[in-house]
Design a binder for this molecule. Structure first.
Ligand code: UDP
Ligand code: MG
Length: 345
């Protein structure tokens, strides 16, 4: 039996899988248990990220018993982010929920996330593993520091960006593509496009089967990714400003030093042995290079957007609710200051 093609799907659950053969049967069963009583049409998109154990075969076998299961198989291991993106590309639901396949997230939390999304009307509900069951020193502490750093750099105050259990409205994900290990930053990239975010506390369990695919080195990669994220958020559409400012900051002092040394030379002094000359040359060269990088960045940004018909802005899919202008404002012919919900008065 297979899920009807073209059937409307309310919720797609996306689970990236790498070597989780022992967890998969429990995961599929638990998700089936909670979703079959949710009153929603749903599918479970399991993306096998080139597992070396029997994960792919187990998924294929489970498909017989669970028609809602819709597996995707990678040829090789591309990483959790690529697996998640493939899940998004494959999913048909109005709402997409991401979850880890190792049972550390609890499928019982999915209805809470969905309810919160409906009740509050936000675009993203992010899980917060308040009682995280991972190694305190090796995982929880670096994660807390990383989250604090991310909050400061991005201005978005979520406790636990690394929690995979999140629910997104489909339209939000259509405007975001993730590469490298950027899956944790989806809410931040989406909020840049105007998405609203809220968080709910979720349960977290220790790993029962298999082992974590990540070590402490991930913390350093997160820091590097954060630098890239900051650049993308602030300078994606104006790279000349990032490189150009830096370039000018070096070029101007370099130029002044060069002029000073040239003046000394004209007055008959020997400047050949002065370290200052070396500094002036270095500053000018680096400044020119950085400004050149800015120009190249601008060209690349245009190549990124234009041939694919991408826009540097995103539009709301739904027209805002109609709200009559306030009487005085209408009389004066001015526009209302805010739009949105009708006031109760
Ligand atoms: N995962 C994946 N590809 C990878 C590494 C991990 O699809 O290359 C999946 C993994 O199977 C799990 C989720 O991503 O479902 C989170 O991985 P893990 O539990 O190892 O991370 P941790 O919970 O230790 O942060
Ligand atoms: Mg895990």
């Amino acid at each position: 039996m297979a899920v009807e093609k073209n059937k409307h799907i309310d919720v797609s659950i996306v689970a990236p899988i790498y070597n989780e053969e022992d967890s998969i049967p429990h995961l599929v069963k638990k998700i089936h248990e909670v979703m079959s009583v949710s009153g929603k049409s749903w599918e479970l998109v399991c993306v096998d990220d080139g597992s070396k154990d029997k994960s792919a075969e187990i998924l294929a076998a489970l498909q017989e018993d669970y028609p809602e299961l819709s597996p995707v198989y990678f040829r090789r291991n591309y990483g959790q982010t690529a697996a998640m993106q493939a899940g998004f590309d494959h999913a048909k639901g109005d709402v997409l929920v991401t979850i880890d396949a190792d049972l550390q997230n609890d499928p019982k939390d999915i209805p809470n996330l969905l309810e919160h999304l409906e009740k509050t009307g936000v675009d993203i509900v992010s899980g917060w593993r308040k009682n995280r069951q991972d190694a305190a020193l090796k995982r929880n502490l670096p994660s807390k520091i990383a989250n604090a750093l991310i909050q400061r750099v991005t201005g978005i105050y979520l406790h636990d960006l690394g929690c995979s259990l999140k629910a997104y409205r489909r339209e939000i994900l259509e405007d975001v593509r993730i590469y490298g290990e950027f899956h944790r930053f989806i809410p931040i990239m989406a909020s840049q496009n105007g998405a609203t975010i809220d968080e709910v506390v979720v349960t977290h369990h220790a790993r029962q089967f298999g082992q974590s695919k990540y070590g402490i080195d991930r913390t350093f990669r997160v820091v590097l990714d954060l630098i890239l994220l900051k650049f993308l958020l602030t300078y994606m559409n104006r790279p000349m400003h990032a490189f150009g400012y830096l370039g000018l900051a070096l070029l101007i002092p370099g130029g002044l030093l060069g002029t000073y040394l040239t003046a000394l030379k004209i007055l008959g002094q020997d400047i050949g042995g002065r370290p200052l000359l070396l500094l002036a040359i270095m500053l000018v060269l680096m400044g020119v290079q950085l400004i050149g990088m800015g120009v190249l960045g601008e060209l690349m940004m245009r190549i990124y957007h234009e041939p694919h018909g991408r826009k540097q802005y995103t539009l709301k899919r739904k027209t805002p609710k109609k709200t009559a202008p306030k009487k005085e404002a209408a009389a004066k012919g001015t526009k209302p200051a805010t739009r949105g919900k009708k006031s109760k008065s």
